[in-house]
Design a protein. Structure first.
Length: 202
């Protein structure tokens, strides 16, 4: 499947003047001393646009995995309000959500922390792809890195290209353990982003 860059569909990206107006500084920094030129702004924003698509696919897949795994084990459609599953000190984090679609990314990451080792062994680990060897601590570590990466993009902060690729690698590793089809899609997207980043280095 060909991965297309959604950023190129927006007409304002075809106008370098508009790009300069709203994005005076680079969103991605290839190194601390090498900022993209203004002429690269269109391609740069297209990369950021594709990263948001990747994060969306990753987050939706992770949320679905968590919800289905816990439902399968606990048979409680409102499990996030169940004190036998969610720690009392964390209930306020989850109870704001009317359904699983309302969970924040940070709340999803929390469920893989040390506080939820029992949940990992009871439900989450059992729902992993049989061939997966990822541990809870590695799963959580990957998600923490991705969470921070997501926040950096959301706040339009400069990104190091090395960190972009690392975040994508962590996403792929997690997805291979819960949804190989989504993982294969992300691998193709990662390959395209790598090519785009290499082009901007030239």
């Amino acid at each position: 499947m060909e991965i297309k860059n959604p950023g190129r569909r927006f007409s304002f990206l075809n106008d370098p003047g508009s790009v300069r107006k709203y994005y005076h500084k680079s969103l991605i920094t290839l190194s601390t001393s090498n900022l993209f030129s203004e002429e690269d702004a269109i391609d740069e924003l297209a990369i950021v646009g594709q990263l948001w698509v990747n994060i969306r696919v990753f987050e939706l897949t992770l949320r679905s995995f968590i919800n289905n795994s816990i439902l399968l084990h606990h048979k409680d459609a409102l499990w996030w309000r169940n004190e036998s599953i969610i720690k009392r000190r964390h209930l306020n984090v989850f109870q704001r959500a009317k359904n699983a679609q309302g969970f924040t990314f940070s709340s999803l990451v929390l469920l893989f922390s040390k506080s939820y080792k029992k949940l990992w062994h009871e439900a989450l680990e059992k729902s992993l792809i049989p061939s997966s060897t990822i541990s809870r601590s590695q799963f959580h570590s990957n998600l923490e890195y991705i969470r921070k990466f997501r926040n950096i993009i959301a706040h339009h902060e400069p990104l190091n290209a090395k960190n972009v690729l690392r975040a994508l690698e962590y996403m792929v590793e997690v997805l291979y353990s819960i949804d190989p089809i989504a993982a294969e899609w992300l691998v193709q997207s990662k390959n395209q982003i790598t090519k785009d980043l290499n082009t901007l280095r030239q």
